[in-house]
Design a protein around this ligand. Sequence first.
Ligand SMILES: *[C@@H]1O[C@H](CO)[C@@H](O)[C@H](O)[C@H]1NC(C)=O
Length: 451
Amino acid sequence: MKTSVARSPLVALVLCLSLSFGFASRDVEEVGWRRVEGRVEWGKGHSGNTGRPYYFGEESFREWSRTPLGHFKLLERFDDELLRGSVGDYRVTYLEMAPRAFLQPSHFDADEVLYVKEGEGVLVLLRKGRRESLCVREGDVMVIPAGSIVYFANTHRSKWLRVVMLLNYASFEEFFPVGGEGPDSYLSAFSDDVLQAAFNSRRDELERVFERQSKGEIWQASEEQIQELSRSCSRGGGGSGSKEEEINPTSLPGQKPRYSNNHGRMHMITGDECRHLRDLDMEVGIANITCGSMMAPRYTTRATTIAVVVEGRGYFEMACPHKSDSGRSERREHGSEEQQMMKSRGYKQVTAQIKEGSVIVLPAGYPATFVTGNEGNLAVVCFGVGSGNDEEVFLAGGNNLLKQLDAPARAIVFGGQGREAADRVIGAQTDSVFLPGPQQQSRGGVSDMWS
Ligand SMILES: *[C@@H]1O[C@H](CO)[C@@H](O)[C@H](O)[C@H]1NC(C)=O
C-alpha cells in the first residue's frame, strides 16, 4: 500500500479520503468521534474530535473562586473508568493572581506539585516549626507537602502570576485559619469554651481577629508590603534541616535538557533531583516543541502522564486499544476467551486539537504524539504519575526501539523480501525524539526512490 500511495498523489488522495470516510461513518455512530479534517486548521470541522476520555478542554474546568484579584480553576475529576485506576486520585488546578495580589494563609489536605507558568512571586511555607520564604519565578517546579500552611504573593507590578498545580487527593479540601465571609475560618467551627481556653483569650477578641476579616481569599497588598515580603525570600537552602528535606523551587527549563535538537527540547526533574517528587512517585518534565515540528510517537513504560499545554497550539494523536460495543455482543454469543481476545485487537485513534490550558492524560504503554500548529512553539508540561523505574520508549526516529529487532526476527517478521524495505523504513528517520512535523517533512528519500 505504501508504494502505491507514494507513486500517485491522486491515488493517495482518493485512498485517504475513502479511509477517513470509512473511519468516520463507523466511529461517529459508535463512540462519537472521527478523524481530524484540516488538522491544523482552527475553528471548524473538528467538533467531533473530542479526544474522550483522555482530553480535557476549557469546558471541563470550573471556577472554584473568582475575584478581580484572582481565579482558582479546578479540572473535573478523572472519573472515567479508563482513568480512575491510574490518575483518579489527582486533580489539576490553575491559580491566577493579579499584580500584587496576596493569597491568604491556608493549608490543603493534599500534596501539591506546582509549576509556575508565568510571572513571579513569594511563596511562604510554614512547616516543621519554621518558615521558609521562597522566591519563585516562571518555569519553577515546587512540591508543597500536605498540611503546610502557605501564603503566596504576586510580587510583580503589572504581570499576572499563573500557576499550574497538581494535587494528589481528588476530594481535597482547603483550610483557612483566618476568614470572614467566604472563606470562613475553621476556628468558627469550635465552641466558645474550647476556643477561649485554647487561646487564653476572650471570645469577642478571637472573633475580631480570626473570623471578621472579610477581604476574601485573595487580598490586594501595597507596594511596600510586597517589597517587605520579598526582602526575606530566597531560592531555598538557608534552613537548618538536612539538604534533602528542604523545599526548593527548581527551574525546569534550567535543567540540562534530556533531549534537544532543532525541533524541540525536553527538560525533566525526577526523584533523583528532588526527594519530595520521589516521595510522591512523580516526575515533572516539559517538552518544548519547535513550531512546525512534532514529537516522535512514544509511550512510557510505567508512568501515566498528565500533560498540561502551557504554550501554543497543535494536536495530539494516541493509539487506544479498541473494544467496540459490537465486538462485545459478538463475544457474548460465541467463542472462547481466546477468540474474544483476538477480536478486540484493534486500535482507534484518539485525537484532539489542543491549546494553552488543555489537559491530556496519556496512560502508560499507550503510543502517543504531539504535533505543533503553524503559529509558534507548543510547550507541554508533563506530570508523570507512578514514575518509579519509568522509561520513555520512542517508536520512530534515531532512537527507535524497533531498531533493536535482531536480524533473524526481522527476517521472520517482515519476510525475505520485506526485510530490506523494513530496514529502510526503520532507519529512514534520522532525527530523534523531536522531528520535522507533517507539514515540514520533505520525504526526500521516498520521492527520490520513485521518481
Ligand atoms: C519554549 O521555547 C521557546 C524558544 O526557545 C521559548 O521562547 C519559550 O519561552 C519556551 N516555552 C516554555 C514554556 O518554556
